[in-house]
Design a protein around this ligand. Sequence first.
Ligand SMILES: Nc1ncnc2c1ncn2[C@@H]1O[C@H](COP(=O)(O)OP(=O)(O)OP(=O)(O)O)[C@@H](O)[C@H]1O
Ligand SMILES: [Mg+2]
Length: 330
Amino acid sequence: MTSDEHDLAIETNDLVKIYSGNGFLKKNRVETLAVDGVNLSIRKGEIFGLLGPNGAGKTTTIKMLATILLPTSGKATVLGYDIWKDPVEIRKRINLVSGGERGLYYRVSGRQNLRFFSDLYKVPRHIRDRRVEELLEMVNLTEAGDRRVEDYSRGMKQRLHIARGLVNDPEVLFLDEPTIGLDPEIAHDLRGMIRNLAQGGTTIVLTTHYMGEAEELCGDINMICNGKIVASGPPSMLKDLVRDKTVIEIEILEPYLAAIESVKALEGISSVTMKGDSSRAILRAHLEDGIDMIPTIASRLQGNRLIRISSEEPSLEDAYMSLVTNNDQS
Ligand SMILES: Nc1ncnc2c1ncn2[C@@H]1O[C@H](COP(=O)(O)OP(=O)(O)OP(=O)(O)O)[C@@H](O)[C@H]1O
Ligand SMILES: [Mg+2]
Protein backbone atom coordinates (compact mmCIF):
# COMPACT_ATOMS: atom_id res chain seq x y z
CA MET A 1 0.00 0.00 0.00
CA THR A 2 1.45 3.40 -0.92
CA SER A 3 1.30 6.38 1.43
CA ASP A 4 -1.37 7.84 -0.86
CA GLU A 5 -3.63 4.88 -0.21
CA HIS A 6 -3.05 5.31 3.53
CA ASP A 7 -4.41 8.83 3.26
CA LEU A 8 -7.62 7.72 1.59
CA ALA A 9 -10.72 7.12 3.67
CA ILE A 10 -12.84 5.98 0.75
CA GLU A 11 -12.13 4.80 -2.73
CA THR A 12 -14.65 3.61 -5.29
CA ASN A 13 -14.20 2.01 -8.65
CA ASP A 14 -16.98 1.96 -11.22
CA LEU A 15 -19.73 1.77 -8.66
CA VAL A 16 -23.10 0.99 -10.22
CA LYS A 17 -26.58 0.67 -8.76
CA ILE A 18 -29.59 -0.39 -10.75
CA TYR A 19 -32.88 -0.53 -8.87
CA SER A 20 -35.39 -2.90 -10.28
CA GLY A 21 -38.98 -3.10 -9.26
CA ASN A 22 -42.50 -3.43 -10.53
CA GLY A 23 -43.91 -0.68 -12.66
CA PHE A 24 -47.43 0.71 -12.66
CA LEU A 25 -49.99 -1.94 -11.62
CA LYS A 26 -47.09 -4.42 -11.44
CA LYS A 27 -47.45 -4.98 -15.17
CA ASN A 28 -43.82 -4.63 -16.13
CA ARG A 29 -40.37 -4.61 -14.58
CA VAL A 30 -38.83 -1.18 -14.30
CA GLU A 31 -35.12 -0.64 -13.97
CA THR A 32 -33.58 2.60 -12.77
CA LEU A 33 -29.90 3.25 -13.28
CA ALA A 34 -29.36 5.33 -10.15
CA VAL A 35 -25.57 5.29 -9.97
CA ASP A 36 -23.69 4.88 -13.21
CA GLY A 37 -20.01 4.06 -12.78
CA VAL A 38 -18.88 6.37 -9.99
CA ASN A 39 -15.18 6.70 -9.09
CA LEU A 40 -14.36 8.60 -5.94
CA SER A 41 -11.24 9.15 -3.85
CA ILE A 42 -11.93 10.72 -0.50
CA ARG A 43 -9.04 11.74 1.73
CA LYS A 44 -9.03 11.19 5.48
CA GLY A 45 -10.19 14.26 7.39
CA GLU A 46 -11.67 16.04 4.40
CA ILE A 47 -15.20 17.34 3.99
CA PHE A 48 -16.19 15.80 0.72
CA GLY A 49 -19.21 17.27 -1.02
CA LEU A 50 -21.59 15.45 -3.32
CA LEU A 51 -23.82 17.96 -5.01
CA GLY A 52 -26.61 17.28 -7.44
CA PRO A 53 -30.28 17.77 -8.31
CA ASN A 54 -33.14 15.56 -7.10
CA GLY A 55 -32.72 11.98 -8.18
CA ALA A 56 -29.07 12.43 -9.14
CA GLY A 57 -27.94 9.43 -7.10
CA LYS A 58 -26.51 11.10 -3.99
CA THR A 59 -28.39 9.09 -1.38
CA THR A 60 -27.89 5.85 -3.28
CA THR A 61 -24.12 6.45 -3.41
CA ILE A 62 -23.94 7.23 0.28
CA LYS A 63 -26.05 4.21 1.21
CA MET A 64 -23.75 1.89 -0.71
CA LEU A 65 -20.69 3.32 1.04
CA ALA A 66 -22.44 3.04 4.40
CA THR A 67 -23.13 -0.65 3.57
CA ILE A 68 -26.90 -0.20 3.81
CA LEU A 69 -27.36 -1.04 0.16
CA LEU A 70 -25.45 -3.48 -2.03
CA PRO A 71 -24.19 -2.14 -5.33
CA THR A 72 -25.15 -3.87 -8.56
CA SER A 73 -21.49 -3.89 -9.52
CA GLY A 74 -18.22 -2.13 -8.84
CA LYS A 75 -15.77 -1.88 -6.00
CA ALA A 76 -15.42 0.33 -2.97
CA THR A 77 -13.31 0.41 0.15
CA VAL A 78 -14.06 2.38 3.27
CA LEU A 79 -11.12 2.82 5.67
CA GLY A 80 -9.39 0.04 3.77
CA TYR A 81 -12.26 -2.43 4.17
CA ASP A 82 -14.13 -3.84 1.21
CA ILE A 83 -17.86 -3.03 1.19
CA TRP A 84 -18.65 -6.49 -0.19
CA LYS A 85 -16.45 -8.50 2.17
CA ASP A 86 -16.18 -6.50 5.39
CA PRO A 87 -19.41 -4.55 5.95
CA VAL A 88 -19.33 -5.35 9.67
CA GLU A 89 -15.87 -3.81 10.11
CA ILE A 90 -17.01 -0.75 8.17
CA ARG A 91 -20.21 -0.26 10.18
CA LYS A 92 -18.28 -0.13 13.45
CA ARG A 93 -16.24 2.81 12.17
CA ILE A 94 -18.80 4.94 10.36
CA ASN A 95 -22.16 6.54 10.90
CA LEU A 96 -24.87 8.06 8.76
CA VAL A 97 -27.13 11.02 9.44
CA SER A 98 -29.98 11.85 7.08
CA GLY A 99 -31.83 15.13 7.08
CA GLY A 100 -35.50 15.05 8.02
CA GLU A 101 -37.49 13.71 10.87
CA ARG A 102 -36.92 9.97 10.95
CA GLY A 103 -34.45 7.89 12.93
CA LEU A 104 -35.11 9.01 16.50
CA TYR A 105 -37.41 7.71 19.23
CA TYR A 106 -39.86 10.50 19.90
CA ARG A 107 -41.46 9.13 23.08
CA VAL A 108 -38.25 9.17 25.07
CA SER A 109 -35.73 11.87 25.90
CA GLY A 110 -32.77 13.01 23.85
CA ARG A 111 -30.41 11.57 26.45
CA GLN A 112 -32.18 8.19 26.36
CA ASN A 113 -31.97 8.19 22.57
CA LEU A 114 -28.22 8.69 22.67
CA ARG A 115 -27.76 5.96 25.29
CA PHE A 116 -29.90 3.57 23.29
CA PHE A 117 -27.93 4.15 20.08
CA SER A 118 -24.64 3.88 21.98
CA ASP A 119 -25.74 0.48 23.25
CA LEU A 120 -26.47 -0.62 19.69
CA TYR A 121 -22.83 0.11 18.95
CA LYS A 122 -21.81 -1.73 22.14
CA VAL A 123 -20.07 1.31 23.56
CA PRO A 124 -18.89 0.32 27.07
CA ARG A 125 -21.08 1.96 29.70
CA HIS A 126 -18.41 4.11 31.34
CA ILE A 127 -17.46 5.56 27.97
CA ARG A 128 -21.07 5.80 26.88
CA ASP A 129 -22.28 7.96 29.75
CA ARG A 130 -19.42 10.40 29.45
CA ARG A 131 -19.69 10.59 25.67
CA VAL A 132 -23.45 11.13 25.74
CA GLU A 133 -22.97 14.14 28.03
CA GLU A 134 -20.22 15.50 25.79
CA LEU A 135 -22.39 15.09 22.71
CA LEU A 136 -25.38 16.78 24.35
CA GLU A 137 -23.07 19.62 25.28
CA MET A 138 -21.68 19.82 21.77
CA VAL A 139 -25.09 20.11 20.15
CA ASN A 140 -26.32 22.43 22.86
CA LEU A 141 -28.97 20.10 24.23
CA THR A 142 -27.67 19.51 27.74
CA GLU A 143 -30.59 21.32 29.34
CA ALA A 144 -33.18 19.79 27.05
CA GLY A 145 -31.57 16.36 27.39
CA ASP A 146 -34.32 14.94 29.61
CA ARG A 147 -37.21 16.28 27.57
CA ARG A 148 -39.06 13.99 25.20
CA VAL A 149 -37.90 14.33 21.63
CA GLU A 150 -41.47 14.87 20.43
CA ASP A 151 -41.35 18.22 22.23
CA TYR A 152 -38.15 19.30 20.45
CA SER A 153 -38.17 21.89 17.70
CA ARG A 154 -37.01 20.83 14.26
CA GLY A 155 -33.58 22.35 14.79
CA MET A 156 -33.21 20.53 18.12
CA LYS A 157 -34.14 17.25 16.50
CA GLN A 158 -31.61 17.82 13.77
CA ARG A 159 -28.89 18.61 16.32
CA LEU A 160 -29.80 15.41 18.16
CA HIS A 161 -29.50 13.56 14.87
CA ILE A 162 -25.93 14.79 14.54
CA ALA A 163 -25.18 13.71 18.10
CA ARG A 164 -26.71 10.30 17.35
CA GLY A 165 -24.37 10.02 14.38
CA LEU A 166 -21.42 10.45 16.72
CA VAL A 167 -22.22 7.94 19.46
CA ASN A 168 -19.70 5.43 18.11
CA ASP A 169 -17.04 8.11 17.57
CA PRO A 170 -17.01 7.35 13.82
CA GLU A 171 -13.97 7.86 11.63
CA VAL A 172 -16.24 8.57 8.67
CA LEU A 173 -19.53 10.41 9.03
CA PHE A 174 -21.97 10.42 6.13
CA LEU A 175 -24.32 13.38 6.18
CA ASP A 176 -27.20 13.22 3.71
CA GLU A 177 -28.58 16.75 3.38
CA PRO A 178 -28.06 17.55 7.05
CA THR A 179 -29.34 21.12 6.87
CA ILE A 180 -32.40 20.52 4.70
CA GLY A 181 -35.35 22.60 5.82
CA LEU A 182 -33.53 24.28 8.71
CA ASP A 183 -33.54 27.99 9.55
CA PRO A 184 -30.47 29.78 8.21
CA GLU A 185 -29.22 30.36 11.73
CA ILE A 186 -29.51 26.74 12.81
CA ALA A 187 -28.03 25.60 9.50
CA HIS A 188 -25.13 27.95 10.16
CA ASP A 189 -24.55 26.42 13.61
CA LEU A 190 -24.66 22.94 12.14
CA ARG A 191 -22.10 23.86 9.53
CA GLY A 192 -19.84 25.10 12.32
CA MET A 193 -20.22 21.72 14.03
CA ILE A 194 -19.39 19.88 10.82
CA ARG A 195 -16.27 21.98 10.35
CA ASN A 196 -15.14 21.28 13.92
CA LEU A 197 -15.60 17.57 13.42
CA ALA A 198 -13.42 17.61 10.33
CA GLN A 199 -10.80 19.64 12.17
CA GLY A 200 -10.83 16.93 14.81
CA GLY A 201 -9.96 14.37 12.10
CA THR A 202 -13.37 12.94 11.17
CA THR A 203 -13.86 12.37 7.46
CA ILE A 204 -17.16 13.87 6.36
CA VAL A 205 -19.08 12.90 3.25
CA LEU A 206 -21.82 15.44 2.74
CA THR A 207 -24.61 15.63 0.20
CA THR A 208 -26.39 18.87 -0.36
CA HIS A 209 -28.53 20.88 -2.75
CA TYR A 210 -27.17 24.08 -1.33
CA MET A 211 -24.35 25.51 -3.35
CA GLY A 212 -23.33 27.98 -0.68
CA GLU A 213 -23.05 25.18 1.86
CA ALA A 214 -20.80 23.14 -0.42
CA GLU A 215 -18.68 26.15 -1.20
CA GLU A 216 -18.32 27.09 2.46
CA LEU A 217 -17.51 23.64 3.78
CA CYS A 218 -16.02 21.40 1.17
CA GLY A 219 -12.48 20.95 0.00
CA ASP A 220 -13.54 19.13 -3.11
CA ILE A 221 -16.98 19.15 -4.63
CA ASN A 222 -18.26 16.42 -6.88
CA MET A 223 -21.23 17.28 -9.00
CA ILE A 224 -23.41 14.29 -9.76
CA CYS A 225 -26.14 14.17 -12.35
CA ASN A 226 -28.06 11.15 -13.67
CA GLY A 227 -25.82 8.88 -11.59
CA LYS A 228 -22.59 10.18 -13.09
CA ILE A 229 -19.96 12.49 -11.70
CA VAL A 230 -19.99 15.36 -14.17
CA ALA A 231 -17.31 17.52 -12.54
CA SER A 232 -15.06 17.45 -9.52
CA GLY A 233 -12.56 19.70 -7.88
CA PRO A 234 -12.34 22.58 -5.44
CA PRO A 235 -15.11 25.22 -5.76
CA SER A 236 -12.73 27.65 -7.46
CA MET A 237 -11.88 25.11 -10.15
CA LEU A 238 -15.54 24.43 -10.84
CA LYS A 239 -16.16 28.14 -11.18
CA ASP A 240 -13.40 28.28 -13.77
CA LEU A 241 -15.54 26.04 -15.98
CA VAL A 242 -17.90 28.95 -16.48
CA ARG A 243 -15.47 31.83 -16.18
CA ASP A 244 -15.93 32.77 -19.83
CA LYS A 245 -19.70 32.50 -19.77
CA THR A 246 -21.84 35.58 -19.99
CA VAL A 247 -24.24 35.54 -17.10
CA ILE A 248 -26.90 38.19 -16.74
CA GLU A 249 -29.52 39.04 -14.20
CA ILE A 250 -32.76 40.81 -14.95
CA GLU A 251 -34.78 42.17 -12.08
CA ILE A 252 -38.48 42.45 -12.80
CA LEU A 253 -41.38 43.92 -10.87
CA GLU A 254 -44.68 42.04 -11.13
CA PRO A 255 -43.25 39.58 -13.66
CA TYR A 256 -45.44 38.47 -16.50
CA LEU A 257 -44.83 34.73 -16.66
CA ALA A 258 -45.72 34.09 -20.29
CA ALA A 259 -43.08 36.58 -21.40
CA ILE A 260 -40.50 34.94 -19.18
CA GLU A 261 -41.30 31.57 -20.70
CA SER A 262 -40.73 33.06 -24.13
CA VAL A 263 -37.29 34.28 -23.00
CA LYS A 264 -36.47 30.78 -21.81
CA ALA A 265 -37.41 29.46 -25.23
CA LEU A 266 -34.97 31.77 -27.04
CA GLU A 267 -32.10 30.08 -28.79
CA GLY A 268 -28.72 30.98 -27.35
CA ILE A 269 -30.02 31.34 -23.82
CA SER A 270 -29.49 28.51 -21.33
CA SER A 271 -29.63 27.65 -17.65
CA VAL A 272 -32.44 30.08 -16.93
CA THR A 273 -33.43 30.29 -13.27
CA MET A 274 -35.90 32.57 -11.60
CA LYS A 275 -36.04 33.50 -7.96
CA GLY A 276 -38.56 35.67 -6.21
CA ASP A 277 -42.32 35.90 -6.34
CA SER A 278 -45.16 37.51 -8.24
CA SER A 279 -44.25 40.99 -7.02
CA ARG A 280 -40.51 40.94 -7.70
CA ALA A 281 -38.33 38.36 -9.41
CA ILE A 282 -34.76 37.93 -10.55
CA LEU A 283 -34.14 36.03 -13.74
CA ARG A 284 -30.64 34.68 -14.16
CA ALA A 285 -29.49 33.31 -17.49
CA HIS A 286 -26.42 32.23 -19.43
CA LEU A 287 -26.02 33.81 -22.84
CA GLU A 288 -24.23 31.64 -25.36
CA ASP A 289 -23.29 34.52 -27.67
CA GLY A 290 -22.51 37.24 -25.17
CA ILE A 291 -24.33 40.46 -24.35
CA ASP A 292 -25.44 41.07 -27.93
CA MET A 293 -28.59 39.16 -27.08
CA ILE A 294 -29.74 41.60 -24.44
CA PRO A 295 -31.89 43.76 -26.76
CA THR A 296 -33.72 40.65 -28.01
CA ILE A 297 -34.35 39.55 -24.46
CA ALA A 298 -35.56 42.98 -23.44
CA SER A 299 -38.00 43.08 -26.35
CA ARG A 300 -39.41 39.67 -25.35
CA LEU A 301 -40.02 41.09 -21.91
CA GLN A 302 -42.02 44.06 -23.15
CA GLY A 303 -44.87 44.85 -20.85
CA ASN A 304 -42.82 43.82 -17.80
CA ARG A 305 -41.35 46.40 -15.49
CA LEU A 306 -37.61 45.79 -15.74
CA ILE A 307 -35.68 47.61 -13.05
CA ARG A 308 -32.23 46.17 -13.65
CA ILE A 309 -30.26 44.28 -16.26
CA SER A 310 -26.74 43.48 -15.16
CA SER A 311 -23.88 41.30 -16.19
CA GLU A 312 -22.72 39.02 -13.36
CA GLU A 313 -19.63 37.15 -12.28
CA PRO A 314 -20.34 33.43 -12.86
CA SER A 315 -20.91 31.64 -9.56
CA LEU A 316 -20.59 28.04 -8.44
CA GLU A 317 -24.33 27.78 -8.98
CA ASP A 318 -23.84 28.83 -12.60
CA ALA A 319 -21.23 26.10 -13.05
CA TYR A 320 -23.68 23.63 -11.58
CA MET A 321 -26.60 24.81 -13.72
CA SER A 322 -24.48 24.67 -16.82
CA LEU A 323 -23.26 21.14 -16.09
CA VAL A 324 -26.70 19.88 -15.19
CA THR A 325 -28.30 21.45 -18.27
CA ASN A 326 -25.67 20.00 -20.59
CA ASN A 327 -25.95 16.61 -18.95
CA ASP A 328 -29.72 16.50 -19.30
CA GLN A 329 -29.39 17.07 -23.02
CA SER A 330 -27.18 14.02 -23.45
N1 LIG B 1 -35.65 2.21 -3.47
C1 LIG B 1 -35.67 2.64 -4.73
N2 LIG B 1 -36.29 1.91 -5.70
C2 LIG B 1 -36.31 2.32 -6.97
N3 LIG B 1 -35.74 3.46 -7.42
C3 LIG B 1 -35.11 4.22 -6.51
C4 LIG B 1 -35.04 3.85 -5.12
N4 LIG B 1 -34.35 4.81 -4.45
C5 LIG B 1 -34.00 5.74 -5.38
N5 LIG B 1 -34.44 5.38 -6.61
C6 LIG B 1 -34.21 6.12 -7.87
O1 LIG B 1 -32.81 6.22 -8.07
C7 LIG B 1 -32.47 7.50 -8.55
C8 LIG B 1 -31.47 8.15 -7.59
O2 LIG B 1 -32.13 8.40 -6.35
P1 LIG B 1 -31.37 9.00 -5.08
O3 LIG B 1 -32.34 8.94 -3.95
O4 LIG B 1 -30.07 8.33 -4.92
O5 LIG B 1 -31.14 10.51 -5.55
P2 LIG B 1 -30.69 11.80 -4.70
O6 LIG B 1 -29.59 12.43 -5.48
O7 LIG B 1 -30.42 11.43 -3.30
O8 LIG B 1 -31.98 12.71 -4.81
P3 LIG B 1 -32.60 13.77 -3.76
O9 LIG B 1 -31.85 15.03 -3.96
O10 LIG B 1 -34.02 13.89 -4.20
O11 LIG B 1 -32.45 13.19 -2.37
C9 LIG B 1 -33.76 8.25 -8.73
O12 LIG B 1 -34.16 8.11 -10.05
C10 LIG B 1 -34.70 7.54 -7.81
O13 LIG B 1 -36.02 7.64 -8.27
MG1 LIG C 1 -31.24 12.02 -1.48
